[in-house]
Design a protein around this ligand. Sequence first.
Ligand code: NAD
Ligand code: G6P
Ligand code: MN
Length: 434
Amino acid sequence: RLKIATIGGGSSYTPELVEGLIQRYHELPVGELWLVDVPEGKEKLEIVGALAKRMVEKAGVPIDIHLTLDRRRALEGADFVTTQFRVGGLEARAKDERIPLKYGVIGQETNGPGGLFKGLRTIPVILDIIRDMEEWCPDAWLINFTNPAGMVTEAVLRYTKQEKVVGLCNVPIGMRMGVAKLLGVGADRVHIDFAGLNHMVFGLHVYLDGNDVTERVIDLIANPDRSGVTMKNIVDLGWEPDFLKGLNVLPCPYHRYYFQTDKMLAEELEAAKTKGTRAEVVQQLEKELFELYKDPNLAIKPPQLEQRGGAYYSDAACSLISSIYNDKRDIQPVNTRNNGAIASIPAESAVEVNCVITKDGPKPIAVGDLPVAVRGLVQQIKSFERVAAEAAVTGDYQTALVAMTINPLVPSDTVAKQILDEMLEAHKEYLPQF
Ligand code: NAD
Ligand code: G6P
Ligand code: MN
């Protein structure tokens, strides 16, 4: 039976993962799930760990749940390592969101300056985890959910020998479910050809029962009276119908930051003054969730978890693990080495693209090139991710400034430097490399 180690086990998303493992136990016989956290997360780990134990017991599934602060012990002999941690916690995220706003720049956890800094804090920890994996579970797969998932996957592919790595995001499954809802059909009848980067992915074609319905879906999303396809953490402002029809591919919810920058910035500024930034809203949500988790009678994933942006992540994570384990060869959108699947992205870079999932990992499905209208933006974000990953690994100030400046959401070199300096100071506790 399998051993899974989950780093950042105290996350409020853990019940998602446990539910996914329970539902798939018949095809994915997990004997041990080790939830690992750091001392600051001990209390959360214990609460969510106790719920996880109640969940497996109630379901009658023989998965042993272990809670630990000892990462190496958790990794020892693991078959799959999943990561869902947040260096610096939601407090650090709130800074990522608030500081750029002072300079009139989008403040977001995976885009713009916030995405850069989340990467700078996260990548050294991931590299450390991989060093431990080389020693304690050299054959394990690393399934990384930790954001910025695209930049993190890029860093692992470029700076380590860990080939068994897959980056995972719930945006593609969210888009598929959103489209199914718009069409009024079950999600299993909808297929989308995904290609791009993490949080920069496009649906190139949409199929219903195998028939191309791309234009119909774009018409539905372009209709301002219909709610579009989005995630809980991204406000749905609708799209300019003629823009969307002209573009003729499905944008992901995060494209709003690039194609509706002024409106999204205004929304963020307003929220920062009233209900708080997303991190601040999530702090409150998390408090409520952990209060629920403490209830000794609760033994299922509470529906309130769906208020978090990462809802349905268990589906993505557990189907991926099961397809690797069972060599299912089904198609799933994941972050993996491009290997030529998208023509205008370097072969060795990470992309988010539909893959055939085999026991040897994801095999990306070639899409040729991206439509010219979106190709440049995707390439620019890839350059940003690469330079940012280099800055995270080297701790080089000038490299970090270049990353900040070439991000499309940052208006100039001077503003970039101001934001960089303020954020380096604000986050210095979590940036030992600088
Ligand atoms: P969280 O703030 O609850 O953090 C989860 C746990 O990580 C906490 O218990 C914390 O103590 C722990 N942690 C912090 N530093 C650690 C370290 N160095 N080693 C081990 N554990 C550590 O975060 P969350 O809201 O549950 O999100 C977790 C991560 O998942 C974030 O990086 C978030 O961006 C990401 N996420 C990704 C997606 C996706 O689509 N890929 C969706 C949602 C969330
Ligand atoms: C989205 C994304 C994640 C993102 C998260 C934020 O759906 O895919 O990568 O980090 O949700 O959710 P939150 O509830 O933390 O704002
Ligand atoms: Mn994501």
